[in-house]
Design a protein around this ligand. Structure first.
Ligand SMILES: Cc1ncc(COP(=O)(O)O)c(C=O)c1O
Length: 445
């Protein structure tokens, strides 16, 4: 088995190797300390503690080598400690670590903005503002849309996830664990039905007509500043809307002067086999929010959009102490170069082919309701014999996979979807091995 990660990186064995049960003794000791020192609201899906990572593996403090099929929730798309990112960050921290871009500028912030303006969908004139987290980008996109339209209301969709801050909790659909007891939430946020072909059986235009009918009756286009939607829903269950759903919403928004915001925080940067998931449907959003894969693991997020909309916010109205930090910007420039120069969108499509091939044996299993997604973003929805969501089965399968040293995540409004988000730096044979572990777990549970 190869020992060189596909896109370079730390020389770690690119094979699964378990030296202890999971978690091992050193991870267990750290877990005890975590439980004493860290607020319990900050959970841990798989209680191992990482010492090194790269390519397709995580190495824990007990020297176990685990296969990574989660990329830290779609962040390390180009690989952990990707060499181009390490070099850029190392060089940057040795020169300066911070000025606050709102006080004194630096070139890399401007360069990241230029790159995002160039790479995001649409050839209209765009500008960009940088922030730290995905939720912060979403908050700012809504601020900008409200100031531009001078309207208060915002529509988000069933199964949507946009973050854990107050406004983004309001935009997020699922109450547990994201919202329960944390209200009251920001006002003037309305929810419309999404497109979930496996569960609603509607075509894209039918699902859009249902949503728009509800929006017109319950909100009114004249009150609506923005609609925000993930082109493929992430936390909500890797739900790919029926063809035409997004395009119908976008064209209605345009007709009514409503800002159409694509939240590509999870889908962005080659993850779905194109640089952005909107491109599959030729949808050009007015504003796009990005984060996660943007900077190879450093915290950075962005709002990019039509220059005339972005110009609505006055000087000083956007920003923050750390937003677009020089270290994160250096990382982003290296990561963005890697995406385009190494055709990582093509690599995501190759990963999709491997995943579908390895999972094809599960298609006859009646508990597998649907395998869906695009590129290196594939979900498996598990159901019981009546076709109802089966979160208990999903949890058992996930636990069995974790015990075998493969890191994968679940998602879904009903908690019944296993999501595959491997780093694109994972060697093919390691990816196949990880998927084999998943396949065996599904059969044995
Ligand atoms: C679609 C989407 N929007 C927003 C967010 C929030 O990003 P962050 O956790 O960086 O605040 C996420 C995170 O998972 C996401 O998937």
């Amino acid at each position: 088995m190869t020992t060189t990660p596909l896109l370079g990186g730390p020389t770690l064995p690119q094979r699964r190797e378990l030296r202890t049960d999971l978690p091992g003794p050193k991870s267990r000791a750290l877990l005890e300390r975590k439980e004493a020192a860290v607020a319990p609201g900050v959970g841990l899906s798989l209680p191992i503690f990482v010492a090194a990572a790269g390519g397709g593996v995580l190495v824990d403090v007990d020297d176990n080598v685990l296969i990574d099929l989660g990329s830290g929730i779609a962040v390390t798309t180009i690989g952990n400690a990707a060499p181009a990112v390490v070099a850029a960050v190392t060089d940057q921290v040795s020169r300066f670590t911070h000025t606050c871009f709102m006080i004194t500028g630096y070139a890399s912030y401007v360069e990241v903005a230029e790159e995002l303006n160039r790479l995001t969908p649409g050839d209209h004139v765009k500008t960009t503002a940088l922030f730290n987290s995905g939720a912060e980008a979403v908050e700012n996109a809504i601020k900008i849309a409200r100031r531009h339209t001078r309207r208060p209301a915002v529509v988000a969709f069933d199964h949507g996830y946009h973050g854990r801050t107050n406004l983004t909790m309001a935009l997020t659909a699922k109450v547990m664990p994201y919202k329960d007891g944390f209200g009251p939430f920001a006002p003037e946020v309305y929810r419309a039905p999404a497109s979930y072909p496996f569960r609603d059986g509607l075509t894209g235009p039918e699902a859009a007509a249902r949503a728009l009918g509800q929006i017109e009756k319950q909100v009114g286009a004249d009150n609506l500043a923005a609609m925000i939607i993930e082109p493929i829903q992430g936390e909500g269950g890797f739900v790919v809307p029926a063809p035409g759903f997004l395009a119908t919403l976008a064209s209605w928004a345009k007709q009514h002067g409503v800002v159409f915001i694509a939240d590509e925080i999870q889908t962005g940067f080659a993850r779905t086999g194109d640089l952005f998931a909107c491109e599959h449907e030729d949808v050009v959003p007015d504003l796009i929010t990005t984060a996660k894969g943007i900077a190879g693991g450093l915290p950075l997020s962005a709002v990019t959009g039509r220059a005339e909309i972005m110009a609505a916010a006055h000087a000083g109205g956007l920003g923050g102490t750390y937003g677009g930090s020089p270290v994160a910007c250096a990382a982003a420039l290296a990561a963005l170069r890697t995406y385009t120069e190494q055709d990582l969108a093509g690599r995501a499509r190759a990963v999709e082919a491997i995943i579908l091939d390895e999972l094809s044996a599960l298609r006859d299993d009646p508990r597998v309701g649907e395998v869906r997604g695009r590129g290196a973003m594939i979900g498996i929805e598990f159901v019981d014999q009546d076709g109802r969501p089966d979160p208990a089965l999903t949890t058992r399968i996930t636990a069995a996979v974790h015990a075998q040293g493969v890191v994968l995540l679940t998602c879904g409004t009903y908690g019944n979807v296993i999501r595959l988000l491997p780093p694109l730096a994972i060697p093919d044979d390691l990816l196949r091995e990880g998927l084999g572990v998943l396949r065996d777990a599904v059969r044995s549970v």
